[in-house]
Design a binder for this molecule. Structure first.
Ligand SMILES: C[S@@+](CC[C@H](N)C(=O)[O-])C[C@H]1O[C@@H](n2cnc3c(N)ncnc32)[C@H](O)[C@@H]1O
Length: 307
């Protein structure tokens, strides 16, 4: 439902800088009130993060990251090393598709430990990486020394207007507040620039992967929309799926599980039980037992849009 335009017009008055200043004040007051309302809904257990996210046009993860005192997104920092060891990279063909060949500069937003950043840095591109967590940035600087690594977030990008030809977001869009992040991304892009989103999704059509996911989801369910809507000022939204396999050792698979945000934030006893169940699966499943080296099948989902 659109807000009553009469109220908006009243705030704006005769427009100009005065109108802009009044609007800014009202937005700040509304944002403050929104936070209070969310705190009230949570403390009285009147709404879940899922429902609050829906009401705010965000995902559950995005809403809990923004307003929860015990932010799950912040939890990545606690497992940065396991993240770097256990998470897969991305297929080169995804990078080819997400970053136009004509681009000279690219921003990796929510860059984490630099899984995608290192693929970007291997090209003729000026690479900036923005990441809010210090522990992730430490891994990132070590993994990709040539990148310009900065503290910041999707909602407040530390770059000038029109600074980059392309923005890519790997496995992180669901943490952002799209209503704030989209205009912010548009601001730092050159006219005609591109926004690319990518997620590696485990291929559940393979029986042992389905079994692994059953074990993981017994403890927590993480729903991610890997083909999210991208609104104005972006247009010409396109999607691509790439199937591939990631070779990893048994230990790296355990690191991959341990680096999931919902696993990091679990009570220690639940986490121990979950890790025990995954180990049991590795020891007992016909396709896995006795194997040190494994291949995890992935479907990489990509979205691309133009400014
Ligand atoms: C699942 S990790 C993905 C990291 C990296 N892009 C990759 O592909 O491995 C999600 C990352 O998003 C970051 N993040 C969470 N909220 C963010 C926000 N609002 N703006 C920018 N980054 C954010 C987290 O700190 C974390 O490093």
């Amino acid at each position: 439902m659109l807000p009553d335009m009469k109220i908006v017009e009243e705030i704006e008055g005769s427009g100009g800088l005065g109108g802009l200043a009044r609007m800014t004040e009202v937005i700040a007051a509304l944002e403050h009130r929104r936070t209070e309302l969310i705190e009230q809904l949570r403390s009285q257990r009147l709404a879940s993060w899922e429902e609050i996210g829906q009401a705010c046009g965000m995902t559950r993860q995005g809403a809990s990251r923004r307003w929860s005192k015990q932010s799950q997104a912040a939890s990545f920092g606690d497992a940065a090393a396991a993240y770097q060891r256990g998470r897969p990279s991305y297929p080169v063909s995804a990078v080819d598709w997400l970053v136009p060949g004509t681009a000279k500069s690219v921003l990796d937003l929510g860059a984490g430990t630099g899984k995608l950043t290192s693929l970007l840095a291997a090209r003729e591109l000026a690479v900036t990486a923005v990441e809010p967590l210090a522990a992730m940035r430490e891994e990132l600087v070590a993994a990709v020394p040539s990148a310009d690594v900065r503290d910041g977030s999707a909602e407040a990008i530390p770059l000038d207007a029109g600074a980059v030809d392309a923005v890519v977001v790997a496995q992180a869009w669901h943490w952002f507040d799209p209503a704030v992040a989209l205009p912010e991304i548009a601001r730092v892009l050159t006219p005609g620039g591109t926004l690319g989103l990518v997620w590696n999704i485990r291929d559940h059509t393979v029986p042992w992967v389905a079994e692994l996911d059953r074990v993981l989801h017994r403890h927590a369910r993480q729903e991610i929309d890997s083909a999210p809507p991208i609104g104005t000022p972006f247009r010409a939204v396109e999607r691509l799926e790439i199937r591939w396999e990631h070779a990893l050792t048994r230990t790296e698979l355990l690191d991959m599980v341990a680096s999931r945000s919902y696993v990091i934030t679990m009570p220690a006893a639940d986490r121990d039980e979950l890790m025990h169940q995954v180990t049991e699966l590795l020891d007992s499943h016909l396709d896995l037992r006795g194997r040190k080296n494994l291949t995890m099948p992935y479907v990489t989902r990509c979205t691309r849009a133009h400014l």
